[in-house]
Ligand binder design. Structure first.
Ligand SMILES: *Cc1c(COP(=O)(O)O)cnc(C)c1O
Length: 231
């Protein structure tokens, strides 16, 4: 049994969501566990950005959707170093670069690979044992090294607030992420751009937009509930 929406419902849902998104905000359709048939329908409805969490699942789906040539694939889940090469092959965007060692590894690999990946640095503005990412202090410490990663296109920050916050607290996390990006921007690192904020999921994307998000990553509100809770 699937919990996902039917094609007609997807069209309605997408129309509703688009009405709430400013033109400047990119909609990334998070398709983990979503069958490729439904992804094709999303494509027909104009979706061109797909977000996946797992290398293997993305690899299988990309093979099945090879004919959709103008799709941009975004990796949004934690990336293990040993899968970094595969990730560069599959994804133009990696939103979930969450430590310096991984950034250095990707930079090494990208030197010899075809395209320069777009990278967001994942941050945690509140401590959260369930999430990866830099805390602000450690990120500021690592900026000189990140600035040396000249084979990466580091374009901004990504954040996921801890689960279960009040809306005001969630908004505050997003605003602090925006402020951190601004602080980094003011340091004028030549290789660190900070124009992108990848913030906002189904339950909190309107708050994220209020705080200046430029990319929202929407799964359930677009496609319906996933069959399993697993990332
Ligand atoms: C699953 C996931 C999303 C989408 O979450 P929904 O609640 O389904 O909108 C967004 N970002 C990341 C990093 C995810 O793992």
């Amino acid at each position: 049994m699937t919990h996902f929406l039917k094609a007609e419902q997807l069209a309605d849902r997408l129309r509703e969501i688009r009405q709430t998104l400013p033109a400047s905000v990119k909609l990334i359709a998070v398709t983990k566990q979503v069958p490729v048939e439904l992804m094709r329908i999303a494509y027909e409805l104009g979706i061109r950005d797909f977000g996946e969490s797992r290398i293997q699942e993305a690899s299988t789906k990309q093979a099945q959707l090879r004919d959709l040539a103008d799709v941009t694939w975004h990796l949004i889940g934690h990336l293990q170093s040993n899968k970094a090469a595969k990730a560069l092959e599959l994804f133009e965007w990696i939103h979930s670069v969450d430590n310096l060692k991984l950034a250095n590894r990707l930079n090494q690999l990208a030197k010899t690979c075809c395209r320069k990946p777009n990278i967001c640095l994942q941050v945690k503005l509140l401590p959260d044992p369930n999430k990866y990412g830099w805390n602000p202090t450690d990120l500021l410490t690592d900026l000189p090294d990140l600035n040396q990663c000249t084979h990466l296109n580091i374009v901004g920050l990504m954040a996921i607030p801890p689960y279960g916050l009040e809306p005001a607290q969630t908004l505050s996390v997003f605003q602090q992420t925006q402020q951190l990006a601004e602080q980094i921007r003011q340091q004028n690192w030549p290789n660190l751009q900070m124009q992108q904020l990848s913030m906002g999921m189904s339950d909190d994307y309107l708050l994220a937009i209020e705080a200046g998000s430029t990319m929202v990553r929407l799964g359930r509100t677009l496609f319906g509930e996933r069959p399993s809770n697993e990332q």
